[in-house]
Design a protein around this ligand. Structure first.
Ligand SMILES: *[C@@H]1O[C@H](CO)[C@@H](O)[C@H](O)[C@H]1NC(C)=O
Ligand SMILES: *[C@@H]1O[C@H](CO)[C@@H](O)[C@H](O)[C@H]1NC(C)=O
Ligand SMILES: *[C@@H]1O[C@H](CO)[C@@H](O)[C@H](O)[C@H]1NC(C)=O
Ligand SMILES: *[C@@H]1O[C@H](CO)[C@@H](O)[C@H](O)[C@H]1NC(C)=O
Ligand SMILES: *[C@@H]1O[C@H](CO)[C@@H](O)[C@H](O)[C@H]1NC(C)=O
Ligand SMILES: *[C@@H]1O[C@H](CO)[C@@H](O)[C@H](O)[C@H]1NC(C)=O
Ligand SMILES: *[C@@H]1O[C@H](CO)[C@@H](O)[C@H](O)[C@H]1NC(C)=O
Ligand SMILES: *[C@@H]1O[C@H](CO)[C@@H](O)[C@H](O)[C@H]1NC(C)=O
Ligand SMILES: *[C@@H]1O[C@H](CO)[C@@H](O)[C@H](O)[C@H]1NC(C)=O
Ligand SMILES: *[C@@H]1O[C@H](CO)[C@@H](O)[C@H](O)[C@H]1NC(C)=O
Ligand SMILES: [Cu+2]
Length: 573
């Protein structure tokens, strides 16, 4: 009897253990502090997590709870955003500075705690205060939970590929200057792959990411665009890639020789090592949708070595045997559009969400650059400042309290609830001559405005790029939700022409979308997550210029659909 009881107890314990194994608590500490690194022949003090650039890759399984203790030992205010994570019932862990929390000040700490459910693939984490995400970022890899497999052939190995941007400068100072002068910051000095510029830059021959592959094997590249201000083309010489996931949502397999990826987006693609044994470069450079805008036109590269091939890259290069891919032109909008618009979701894959059919809130929102009204030369010594807006509201972060705290504690005068559903002035949005025809259109008032949504409301938003100053593709990122991308096109959105071509069956479902240059996109999402969720351009310099707004989603009817109170360690302003 005793023995039977004991073994029963053991069985129960084992059962408990195995169910825990499928939903673990993954705990980490991030020490944010100065790090001196050498890049491009210079030594530079940067802010980094745990002394590495990029920071640590976090590995979880779907269903796990992540607990990250962030200890700020840097001289800067900081927050960490878990890009693409829904943060249901953990809204205070989203991270954008002054939206869901005040920053973690130097010497302080804060614990982010959230469960990762309903998404599989690659997401990432990054600083969401000033320009610090230039060096404070890393991958967040979400594998299927135990007993589940990928809806594509199992890769032999998984490799994060983080595209980044590097300045030989203090990036916080760079931002301060950009914001004070209203001029975009200096071009970055290099692009990077996994923190390394690669051999096309000075002093970087040995600072090149290298990937050893075995012929016949399959590699899952988890590609993240962590660059600050630029969309990128990515290619590997002689190899095709099969896209299987974007923004942690499974796609129908899409075979391509070039990946196009906007800041904030992720693309998981399978690389089959099916070429002859040898060495091949993988390279990335800018896709600049607005040719008149200055941009860094350099190229980062890494190298793919087949085992059994030439053992050092220098030797191969000496013999001219490392093949370089031919990247598209910087201004190749057709190639970018083909890639961006050809991706479709894998209907029926785990976590697939059908398009909601009923719409409660219809919005048409203009996105684009403008100018800041300049009253005297003292505030604008360099002439008019750049500004940016959505529906002619140029977003300003609050300074005294975060939006979500103000909403939770009902503190007035932190924000206004007047974000418009339609552009306040209708005009020919994408007409390149519009500014000459009507100069005052350029000047959007500065606002901290939110759009209040009833819990569970379905929102359809047409994002319409404007040609004020210049038409440009803006990668729009929504916190707290994925949205369906029903359609994209060029020119002004015309419901009579465009609505019949929308995809309600298998559209992309993602958190960041590059609105086509001088064009539009239609997105839809269900606001079933109470809280304050910022939607903003992921070109980092456009956010302080004002390209953002906030959705304030009201509480639902049950405790599990209500914004919980903030955790006791939420940083104070
Ligand atoms: C970061 O560094 C700290 C201290 O060295 C260590 O305890 C922690 O495990 C590291 N975290 C990660 C995610 O590597
Ligand atoms: C970190 O770097 C900054 C900028 O170089 C410097 O001002 C500061 O003193 C450094 N802090 C520490 C603790 O080393
Ligand atoms: C920006 O570039 C200019 C010209 O190269 C240089 O003089 C200046 O120091 C740079 N600014 C920063 C913040 O690095
Ligand atoms: C990059 O821009 C510089 C300066 O405008 C120019 O001299 C150079 O030819 C360009 N390089 C490429 C690859 O386009
Ligand atoms: C990809 O998109 C282009 C237009 O951008 C279209 O012409 C083409 O048919 C699409 N291809 C596929 C496979 O969907
Ligand atoms: C501002 O400066 C410009 C040129 O620097 C000058 O032409 C203009 O008169 C100044 N305006 C005022 C209001 O001082
Ligand atoms: C813009 O102006 C130019 C020259 O004034 C003209 O050639 C062009 O047709 C105009 N474009 C539009 C869309 O009105
Ligand atoms: C934005 O608002 C300002 C101030 O009301 C107005 O002058 C301007 O024409 C508006 N611009 C647009 C594009 O609506
Ligand atoms: C949200 O709305 C959908 C229908 O649009 C409904 O099926 C669902 O039950 C609602 N969810 C909650 C939590 O109210
Ligand atoms: C850091 O955050 C605190 C609290 O919000 C704020 O008072 C302070 O001005 C911030 N410092 C900088 C340099 O932004
Ligand atoms: Cu932008």
């Amino acid at each position: 009897m005793e023995g039977l009881k004991l073994s029963l107890a053991w069985i129960l314990l084992l059962l408990a253990a195995s169910s825990m194994a499928s939903a673990a608590i993954v705990e980490h500490t991030f020490h944010v502090k100065n790090l001196t690194v050498s890049r491009l022949c210079k030594r530079q003090v940067i802010t980094a997590v745990n002394g590495s650039l990029p920071g640590p890759t976090l590995l979880v399984r779907e269903g796990d709870t992540l607990v990250v203790h962030v200890v700020n030992q840097s001289p800067h205010n900081i927050t960490i955003h878990w890009h693409g994570i829904f943060q249901r019932m953990s809204q205070w862990s989203d991270g954008p500075s002054m939206i869901t929390q005040c920053p973690i000040q130097p010497g302080q700490k804060y614990t982010y705690r959230f469960t990762v459910t309903g998404q599989e693939g690659t997401l990432w984490w990054h600083a969401h205060a000033s320009f610090l995400r230039a060096t404070v970022y890393g991958a967040l890899v979400i594998r299927p939970r135990d007993g589940h497999s990928y809806p594509f052939p199992k890769p032999d190995k998984e490799i994060p590929i983080l595209l980044g941007e590097w300045w030989n400068a203090d990036v916080v100072e760079l931002e301060n200057i950009a914001v004070a002068t209203g001029v975009p910051p200096n071009n970055s000095d290099a692009y990077t792959i996994n923190g390394l510029p690669g051999d096309l830059y000075p002093c970087s021959k040995d600072r090149m990411f290298s990937l050893r592959v075995v012929k016949g094997k399959r590699y899952l590249l988890r590609i993240i665009n962590a660059a600050m201000n630029i969309q990128m083309f990515f290619k590997i010489a002689n190899h095709k890639l099969t896209v299987v996931t974007v923004d942690a949502v499974y796609t129908n397999p899409y075979v391509t020789d070039v990946i196009v990826i906007a800041p904030g987006q992720t693309v998981d693609a399978i690389l089959l090592a099916d070429q002859s044994v040898g060495s091949y470069y993988m390279a990335a450079r800018a896709y600049n949708s607005a040719p008149a805008v200055p941009f860094p036109n350099t190229t980062t590269r890494a190298v793919l070595h087949y085992s059994g091939g030439a053992s050092t890259s220098t030797r191969s290069r000496g013999r001219g045997r490392v093949l370089m891919p031919r990247l598209p032109s910087f201004f190749d909008t057709p190639t970018a559009h083909r890639f961006y618009s050809n991706l479709t979701s894998h209907v029926g894959a785990r976590h697939w969400v059908p398009v909601p059919r009923h719409v409660d809130e219809e919005m048409l929102v203009t996105v684009g650059l403008g100018l800041e009204a300049c009253t005297d030369n003292a505030t604008c010594p360099n002439g008019p400042k750049f500004s940016a807006s959505m529906n002619n509201h140029s977003f300003v972060l609050p300074t005294t309290l975060s939006v979500m705290q103000a909403a939770f504690y009902r503190v007035g005068r932190v924000f206004t609830a007047d974000f418009p559903d339609q552009p306040p002035v209708k005009f020919d949005y994408t007409n390149p001559n519009i500014t000459q025809l009507n100069p005052p259109l350029l000047f959007a008032p500065k606002k901290t405005s939110v759009k209040v949504l009833r819990f569970n409301a379905t929102v359809e938003m047409v994002l319409q790029n404007t040609a004020l100053v210049a038409a440009e593709s803006h990668p729009m990122h929504l916190h707290g939700f994925n949205f369906h991308v029903l359609g994209q096109g060029f020119g002004n959105y015309d419901p009579n022409r465009d609505r019949k071509n929308l995809n309600f069956f298998d559209p992309q479902f993602r958190n960041t979308l590059a609105v086509p240059v001088g064009g539009w996109a239609v997105i839809r999402f269900t606001a079933d997550n109470p809280g304050a969720w910022v939607m903003h351009c992921h070109i980092d310099v456009h956010l302080p210029f004002g390209l953002g707004m906030v959705f304030l989603v009201e509480n639902g009817p049950t405790p599990s659909t209500m914004l919980p109170p903030p955790p006791p360690d939420l940083p104070q302003c």
